[in-house]
Write a new protein. Structure first.
Length: 369
């Protein structure tokens, strides 16, 4: 009896392709005139058992297909994503400045931008990379909030008349349209400074102070002249000019990728990852950031303002060079696929496991908004 159950279990573990190949072989034997009647009955029973297992596997696949969302992720993942996004939102809100005193209006402008919604990608990447390396302490929380403040500061300044001159962000009026251009500038600068005030709170939570120092050094480098701000400056300086791929990659890898690199590296560093592991995470994050930005280029020409929550075709109107204008939508999409595969492979090569992180990366890179 036990032997039969073991055989059935082994059969269930086989892939469908192998089962179908066995069915073909059984059919050939049944069709062979040299097969005896007794053997035919045995082969028939084996075939029926195999068919039953195939049918069960196909039912499982069908149920999973019915659970698939439009973006290719499972409903189970979507539920977990909603839960973790809510957790991240609570962390961010717990560090926001009080809207009181003479500088209360600036705090309101800061919070208006911080509470405008969004995917909370960067703080979530900090926490999930931290979990990838078995981190279990509260030390990541100030960095999660601080990173979102840095990102939001860049969005406030991007929307200003001197840069992209956008009136809407995430479906509502941009900060400078509500509080005025001067307060838009000031609240952006204030968020950048407040981000570091917030991240310094990690020292009170850390058992390993050196890790906090290392993480702060990475964040400051990735957000400065050799990172996010450097990328933005080159983007502004070359706005409307023809660009080669090398220059465009520099802009993307600094303006967008640098902050994603900082986020994932921070999570790894705070969890105690070694130098080689942090380097692998940096490379993976660089590919994720580049793929994320190229997907943004694609959405600008394929999506709608309602889906994105911001104007579409803005790149074309502003004569901006993008991966789509250089290579076309199809080639750009191939680059997204290639970069995302490289990123996942790099992370999996670390022999760590966080399936949610891998699914999160795939969803964010292949998003529709």
């Amino acid at each position: 009896m036990a032997k039969k159950e073991n055989c059935e279990q082994l059969q269930e573990e086989k892939p469908l392709e192998e089962m179908f190949a066995e069915l073909d072989l059984l059919a050939e034997k049944l069709e062979n005139r040299d097969t005896s009647l007794e053997d035919s009955f045995i082969l028939y029973r084996q075939g029926m058992e195999l068919l039953k297992l195939c049918s069960g596997k196909l039912d499982t696949v069908e149920k999973k297909m019915l659970q698939l969302n439009e973006d290719g992720t499972f409903s189970e993942f979507q539920d977990e994503l909603a839960k973790r996004t809510e957790e991240t939102e609570k962390v961010i809100r717990s560090f926001l400045p009080a809207e009181a005193g003479f500088a209360g209006t600036m705090a309101q402008a800061m919070n208006y931008s911080m509470l405008a919604g969004g995917k909370r990608l960067r703080p979530m990447l900090i926490r999930e990379t931290y979990r990838l390396f078995d981190g279990k302490e509260e030390v990541v929380k100030p960095f999660m909030a601080g990173m979102e403040m840095i990102h939001t500061h860049s969005l406030i300044h991007d929307d200003l008349p001197a840069l992209d001159d956008d009136d809407y962000r995430r479906g509502r009026l941009t900060t400078h349209k509500v509080y005025g251009e001067a307060m838009g500038v000031l609240s952006g600068v204030a968020l950048l400074n407040y981000a570091y005030e917030t991240m310094f709170q990690a020292f009170a939570l850390a058992k390993e102070q050196d890790r906090v120092i290392h993480a702060l050094r990475v964040v400051s480098q990735k957000t400065g002249i050799h990172g996010m701000l450097g990328g933005q400056s080159v983007d502004v300086e070359n706005d409307g000019k023809p660009l080669e791929k090398e220059m465009l990659d520099y802009i993307y890898r600094n303006k967008t990728s640098a902050l994603i690199e900082a986020s994932m590296m921070t999570g790894a560093i705070l969890a105690g990852a070694n130098e080689q592991e942090v380097s692998a995470v940096e490379k993976a994050a660089g590919n994720i950031g580049l793929a994320f930005q190229i997907q943004d280029d694609i959405l600008d020409v394929t999506s709608t303002a309602e889906e994105l929550g911001k104007p579409v075709h803005s790149d074309e109107k502003n004569n901006k060079v993008t991966y789509v204008t250089l290579f076309g939508t199809e080639k750009a999409a191939e680059q997204v696929e290639e970069l995302s595969e490289k990123a996942i492979d790099l992370l999996k090569s670390l022999n760590k496991n966080n399936e949610f992180l891998y699914l999160l990366i795939e969803k964010l890179i292949n998003r529709r908004k």
